[in-house]
Design a binder for this molecule. Structure first.
Ligand SMILES: Nc1ncnc2c1ncn2[C@@H]1O[C@H](COP(=O)(O)OP(=O)(O)OP(=O)(O)O)[C@@H](O)[C@H]1O
Ligand SMILES: [Mg+2]
Length: 361
């Protein structure tokens, strides 16, 4: 069993608190992603789990074993935690062949040579590098080097795999391919994966569950990719999961309207105890028309991006982005020019209180 249990963990550098009172449980066999902005403490948390950092408070357990406990000073060294790791700068050793790189952890653990050869070969094949065993990293592409790092992390048959932005240095196509491969390896091996990234597409694409962390190292929401995307806990989560528009909707004497003197908002928002609320929606949630229903707007910018039209539209003093299928725009006479009037409808949106928007973007 390799469930990861993080209880009340804190980490400080000098007087700067990076993590405070953090609780997180990753069940055995889960592919779990921690998603958060740069500098929020993702790498620090992985290093705490790996054993390269000591928590200032709290306890970390892997399965039945407490590996770190600030209360009594328990600190199991990294090589005794049964963990495989691929770090941000996946660093394979340049002077060693693929096979030697992959075999290295087994060599350190003094695994007998026959066993070492067999397991190294299995790990090399698992990541699709069969036939490249004698190559040096300089003779490999970035994606292949990444596979070496992955094989090296898996060769010791870890109970837990920690992945710190392992796909950062790859181009978009390769990143997508590796994403699927990591996911399928994880399912085949049944290993628990703790993945950290600031890339929401990777997080949504790879994970059984995702935790969203804000810049101050606080967890805002934990759920399946569908849950956090469809039911964001707050504006920060919504804003972090993709391009987001926020329209301010204010109460005045005559009812509700957009901004100070924008178009009227006909259906009253839920009572969140605020005089100004924000309607949050994605560019793809916008339904455009030339007249009729919808909020009156003006097209500020129209960009043809091939498959999509990307419009910037002023609605009551707020600029919003709209993404529409180009074919649809052509078919329905919705190729707007800059300066033209339009109507904005929303296929879906979420209400957010004023306060939750302050640190949303
Ligand atoms: N050894 C250290 N000494 C002092 N401060 C540190 C140390 N390691 C990390 N920090 C600080 O802790 C904070 C969190 O760093 P961390 O590396 O965990 O961010 P991250 O979420 O991994 O960001 P990124 O997405 O850019 O990799 C940062 O403000 C960083 O400067
Ligand atoms: Mg990091």
């Amino acid at each position: 069993m390799a469930d990861v249990r993080i209880q009340g963990v804190a980490k400080r550098y000098g007087d700067r608190a990076v993590l405070a009172d953090l609780d997180l449980v990753i069940p055995d066999g889960e592919c779990f992603t921690l998603l958060g902005p740069s500098g929020c403490g993702k790498t620090v948390l992985l290093r705490l789990v790996a054993g390269f950092e000591t928590p200032a408070a709290g306890r970390i357990s892997l399965g039945e074993v407490i590996v770190a406990d600030a209360a009594d000073g328990t600190m199991v060294p990294p090589n005794e935690r049964g963990i495989g790791m691929v770090f941000q700068d996946y660093a394979v050793w340049p002077h060693m062949t693929v096979a030697d790189n992959v075999a290295y952890p087994l060599k350190l653990a003094r695994v007998p040579v026959e066993d070492l050869r067999r397991r190294t070969q299995a790990a090399v094949e698992m990541v699709g590098l069969k036939g490249m065993e004698t190559r040096l990293p300089s003779e490999l592409s970035g994606g292949q080097q990444q596979r070496v790092a992955l094989a090296r992390a898996l060769v010791s048959e870890p109970r837990l795999l920690l992945l710190d932005e392992p796909l950062n240095n790859l181009d978009a196509n390769l990143r997508e391919e590796m994403r699927f491969e990591i996911k399928s390896l994880q399912k085949t091996l049944g290993v628990t994966v703790f993945y950290v990234t600031h890339d929401q597409e990777i997080a949504l694409g790879i994970s059984d569950r995702v935790a969203v962390m804000d810049a101050k190292g606080r967890l805002r929401q934990i759920g399946t990719p569908e849950e956090i995307y469809e039911r964001p806990a707050d504006a920060f989560v919504f804003g972090f999961l993709g391009l987001a528009n926020f329209l301010p909707v204010r109460r005045d004497a005559s009812g509700w309207r957009v901004g100070a003197d924008g178009p009227a908002w006909t259906e009253a928002p839920p009572d969140l105890g605020d005089e100004t609320l924000f309607a949050g929606f994605r560019p793809s949630d916008v339904i455009l028309s030339r007249e009729g229903e919808g909020l009156a707007g003006t097209v500020i910018r129209a960009s043809f991006l091939g498959a999509m039209m990307d419009y910037l539209i002023d609605v009551g003093g707020t600029s919003i982005r709209a993404a529409l299928n180009s074919h649809d725009c052509l078919d329905k006479g919705l190729m707007f020019a800059e300066g033209e009037a339009c109507r904005v409808g929303l296929a879906a949106f979420h209400w957010f209180p004023h306060t939750s928007l302050e640190d949303a973007q």
